[in-house]
Design a protein around this ligand. Structure first.
Ligand SMILES: [Zn+2]
Length: 158
């Protein structure tokens, strides 16, 4: 009896400010604005446009947002790699610009392969830019290597 009293006291404490629903009570359900599934009100979320959505749609939204962010990053990485290819010919302390560009370009080429077909067909230029950047950067690395070799030869002969 004591245990039960304690339990109900705990329940009323936990439920302070809101109604405590027990199994069998009426559960308020709302329809998800995306998939129109009926879900308990407590298990709903709001999307970026403040529409009520269910838990599984919320999970989907998170995945979509992650994908969009990854695809945006891929585009800027491709352009960044190409920029490195050009900047590397003008200003390239210890070849750092070439290295940065190479790692970006390789990241884009491998990352592009993991995207869905819709993105691939709409953004073929991202892949093309990364390949062009890769070619420029590989040539640039060879040029740098020759310079280093030349410098070494000069030092040895001098
Ligand atoms: Zn839903």
């Amino acid at each position: 009896m004591v245990a039960r009293a304690t339990r109900s006291a705990a329940l009323s404490l936990a439920g302070a400010g809101r109604d405590v629903r027990r199994p069998g009570d009426f559960m308020a359900t709302v329809a998800c604005t995306r998939c129109s599934a009926l879900v308990p009100e407590e298990q709903t979320f709001y999307d970026s446009e403040a529409r009520l959505i269910c838990g599984s749609c919320q999970a989907g939204v998170e995945v979509e947002e992650l994908d969009a962010r990854g695809q945006k990053a891929l585009k800027s990485a491709a352009l960044g790699a190409l920029a490195c290819g050009f900047i590397g010919f003008c200003c390239n302390p210890v070849g750092i610009v070439t290295l940065l560009g190479l790692s970006s370009a390789i990241g884009v080429v491998t990352g592009f392969g993991r995207q869905d077909d819709e993105f691939k067909s709409a953004n073929g230029w991202v892949f093309a830019v990364a390949i062009v950047a890769l070619i420029i950067l590989v040539l640039q690395s060879l040029y740098l290597a020759l310079q280093i070799l030349g410098l070494g030869a000069t030092l040895l002969s001098g």
